[in-house]
Write a protein that binds this ligand. Structure first.
Ligand code: ADP
Length: 432
């Protein structure tokens, strides 16, 4: 019969045991000797039990504890219970790891887990196939010793894993892989590599197609507009006069659309390094001020340029000119007559900000997120009237992404808009 452990019962049993020896001692007339003998007997029994416990724990193959009684029975039961619980937990954990591994083997992507020292802990089958990892011989080797592409190594060492990168596959350079790294747990990293060959091929095809079509359309359009220009303006038939005027206007629109498409293609394909050339932004903005004044003849806005003449930056001049002029000309076009436009090129803390602020009609919140999409316009009819292609802000977006920046748009209906971007202090060139 198994009783739960009770201090009281143990104490009573100990006292009863010693009492028996005390009685014997009373009978033999030497109580101290008899009680000491009983205590020594108890000590020897306990040592014997400790010896048995040690042997069971370290040398016995049997899981079930030996049969004992008293306090030792509770100790054995307790240890046995803990062992059983641990064994079940280990089994559950093993099952979990097995299921996780089976799940990650079913992933359509290559997955690699590395520890804080960048050493490989585990990888799935696709990682072995596509990234050329060997298992288990590569376990414990540094990942950056096995994937040697310079872009990947730079990305891996930079430690900024917010965006994925695309790099040719190590085992097959004709394939393109998108590497995405996710930090988790105790400084561990999970690398997911996805085959994006087809997507990047399609993207390349799209870029080439747009660039080629725009280029091919330019020549016939130049011919048409050339002939339209040499046709006499006034003729007997007013319908013909109107037709020629409209044809000239539409040809110009198409030309500017094609120019914008070509600019966009050039920026997308640009591999020009932004740290190679210094752009004299103050001089470029003074030039832009003159161009804006010419464009402003009809609208009569008051335009003010606030330029810090000491701020020159590293970058691509044609691109930055395109971005700034698009923002300034948009303000001129979309602000109703007699508005106020302020253009800033000034320091903001250590960085430098370009901003165009107008007091025009503003843009509804719902449009803001989509403004930089190609051909997106808030008011199509008005945009067309201003000759806009719908590509201006898209060009700005690409230019800024090339300069590690992004367009910030703040606008409230009826009050005006602020289009701005911040260039990092690393891009500021020496003062002139
Ligand atoms: P578009 O060539 O038509 O001007 P953009 O890409 O430059 O195309 O601009 C997209 C849309 O954003 C424009 O159609 C216009 O509706 C809106 N927009 C741009 N700048 C301003 C501004 N300063 N104020 C109000 N609306 C603007």
């Amino acid at each position: 019969m198994y009783y739960p452990f009770s201090w009281l019962r143990s104490a009573v049993r100990l006292l009863a045991y010693l009492f028996i020896f005390a009685l014997v001692g009373l009978y033999m007339d030497d109580m101290l000797f008899a009680v000491s003998l009983g205590a020594v007997g108890l000590l020897v029994t306990n040592y014997w039990q400790l010896y048995k416990l040690n042997r069971w724990l370290w040398h016995s193959r049997k899981m079930s504890p030996p049969t004992v009684s008293g306090v030792w029975e509770h100790i054995y039961e307790g240890i046995y219970y803990l062992q059983r619980r641990n064994r079940n937990k280990r089994k559950e954990l093993g099952e979990l790891v097995k299921r996780f591994r089976e799940g990650s083997e079913a992933l359509p992507d290559a997955a690699v887990v590395v520890d804080a020292k960048a050493c490989i802990i585990w990888c799935n089958r696709l990682a072995r196939l596509e990234l050329g990892l060997k298992w288990p011989s590569d376990a414990g080797r540094r990942l950056d010793n096995l994937i040697r592409h310079p872009d990947f190594i730079a990305y891996f060492h930079a430690g900024d894993f917010h965006h994925p990168i695309e790099v040719p596959a190590p085992a097959n350079p004709s394939k393109t892989f998108e590497y995405r790294i996710m930090p988790y747990g105790d400084e561990h990293l999970l690398l997911i590599a996805r085959d994006v060959t087809r997507v990047s091929q399609l993207e390349e095809m799209r870029k080439d197609f747009v660039a080629n079509v725009s280029h091919e359309l330019r020549t016939p359009l130049t011919v048409i507009s050339g002939y339209l220009e040499i046709l006499p303006e006034e003729r007997e038939n007013p319908l013909l006069t109107k037709a020629v005027k409209e044809m000239s206007a539409q040809t110009k629109r198409m030309q500017s659309l094609i120019e914008d498409l070509l600019v966009l293609s050039r920026i997308e394909a640009s591999s020009e390094r932004i740290y190679e050339n210094v752009v004299n932004m103050p001089a470029m903005l003074r030039q832009l001020e003159k161009e804006a004044a010419t464009l402003n003849k009809e609208k009569q806005h008051s335009i003010h340029f606030h330029i810090d003449d000491t701020l020159t930056v590293f970058g691509v001049e044609t691109e930055l000119r395109s971005a700034c002029s698009n923002l300034v000309f948009n303000a001129v076009h979309y602000t109703p007559k007699g508005g106020e436009i302020n253009v800033y090129w000034q320091r903001e803390h250590d960085d430098v900000r370009f901003a165009v602020v107008d007091n025009g009609d503003g843009i509804e919140e719902s449009h803001l997120a989509r403004l930089t999409e190609r051909f997106y316009r808030v008011d199509k009819a008005r945009s067309r009237k201003t000759g806009g292609s719908g590509l201006g802000l898209s060009i700005v977006k690409h230019v800024l992404s090339h300069h590690n920046s992004h367009l910030e748009i703040e606008s409230s209906l009826g009050q005006g808009s602020r289009f701005s971007f911040l260039l990092d202090h690393e891009l500021i060139a020496e003062q002139v």
